[in-house]
Design a protein around this ligand. Structure first.
Ligand code: HSE
Length: 406
């Protein structure tokens, strides 16, 4: 490919990230790519970004039937619509760059099949951690079995909320509203604050880290909506912060585990200083110990920068090979692991409902009740509803690999 605009893009979706991509492509001189058509649900909706007449359409066929369009960029905020667009494109042999993590996390095995069957590519670095190049690095640089753990703050909105509440004394509801106004939060912010957005990213990361796809309903996922002042006070007294952390970790040569939940983070950890809408990813492996990637994980322009990187990668016909899925020895997923947790509760009799294997600390006062102990992850999964419907807050106290951190 070498003419000035050798990539002609059909863009689906013109929200925060779509408009970011439009701006970024307008600024860059070496992308050799232009947006030929933008398909939106509602052409007349007022938008911050002005576009030339005729660029917007509400008819997908204007993109699919245009023989000049050789790349589809899909940034639609509806997982079902997004899957329909991406599968239609792949089945027609048109490569796609997508940022739709919920859709990818749900359909990745089918999407991999489609890429093979139609000899085309789907790139989605923007789906996980905004501007941080996590996926392509895991796929290429970490193409070996030294990798032990990928762990971090993968959701910008919840991190922004926690930072505002923790460091600036703002109230939770105001902080959430600001995250929405700043364009970090999903249109349904429950995904951000209940941990599902981080979970979708973790599922995608796990495919590229360890070559295994784990469906969302098998992963213990708890968010930050039940955090109370007493939890913040507890963390502060210990010199710690509470962060929403997603992690996938090998627990033996043959198995790995994964979960998303708030974590009590010590000052010495890289992710302690990851605040506001920033994301931070720690990659741990044999031989190199820990590496740390830090950057903006949400917002139109940061995410657009990642889309631009995938668009330019297509100039060289780059595609994911899903190399680790072809490894002969792949670890399998287990929830049969012991983790340590802080659980703060109110009326719910947590100590009798959760089968702790060891209890380290317990406080029962008329105002505050909490317990710290070891528990099997599988036992937490079996009692998952306890953390949705009751005034109960759980935070992980890391034990995996902590012996290697000094
Ligand atoms: N809502 C997401 C977040 C956007 O807050 O991280 C980026 O994926």
């Amino acid at each position: 490919m070498n003419s000035k605009t050798d990539i002609k893009i059909g863009l689906f979706g013109f929200g925060t990230v779509g408009q970011g991509v439009y701006k970024v492509l307008g600024q860059t001189k070496n992308a050799h790519a232009e947006i030929k058509r933008i398909c939106v649900r509602n052409i007349t909706r007022p938008r911050k970004t002005a576009t030339p007449a005729g660029l917007l359409t509400d008819n997908a066929a204007d993109i699919f039937d245009d023989p000049e369009i050789n790349l589809i960029v899909e940034l639609v905020d509806d997982a079902d619509a997004s899957f329909r667009i991406v599968s239609q494109a792949l089945c027609r042999g048109i490569p796609v760059v997508s940022g739709s993590k919920a859709m990818i996390a749900r359909h990745l095995p089918e999407l991999i099949e489609m890429q093979h069957a139609h000899n085309t590519a789907l790139l989605y670095d923007a789906s996980s951690c905004g501007s941080i190049p996590v996926i392509r690095n895991l796929e290429e640089y970490y193409d070996n079995d030294l990798l032990l753990e990928v762990k971090g703050i993968l959701n910008g909105s919840s991190n922004y909320i926690l930072s505002r509440v923790f460091d600036h004394g703002e109230n939770y509801t105001d902080a959430l509203q600001h995250a929405q106004e700043l364009g970090f939060a999903e249109s349904d912010p429950t995904f951000d604050i209940e941990g599902y957005d981080a979970l979708f990213k973790l599922i995608i990361i796990t495919v590229h880290a360890l070559g295994q796809f784990v469906p969302a309903d098998r992963v213990f996922t708890v968010g930050i909506s039940h955090i109370r002042d007493c939890d913040i006070r507890y963390a502060r007294e210990k010199g710690q912060k509470i962060k929403l952390v997603a992690q996938v970790a090998k627990v033996s040569d043959r198995s790995f585990t994964m979960f998303v939940m708030p974590e009590l983070v010590e000052k010495s950890k890289y992710i302690y200083s990851v605040d506001d809408e920033y994301n931070g990813v720690v990659i741990r492996g044999e031989c190199y110990d820990r590496q740390f990637m830090f950057g903006k994980g949400a917002g139109g322009l940061p995410t657009a920068s990642s889309i631009l990187s995938d668009i330019m990668a297509r100039r060289h016909d780059y595609r994911y090979e899903y190399k680790k899925m072809k490894y002969v020895d792949r670890p399998s997923y287990t929830t049969d692991v012991t983790i340590r947790v802080y659980i703060r509760y109110d009326e719910t009799p947590v100590p009798t409902l959760i089968p702790f294997t060891k209890v380290y600390e317990q406080l029962i006062t008329p105002k505050d009740k909490y317990i710290i102990g070891d528990v099997q992850l599988s036992d937490l999964i079996a009692r998952r509803r306890l953390f949705d419907s009751h005034d109960v807050f759980i935070a992980n106290i890391p034990v995996l690999y902590t012996d290697r951190d000094n």
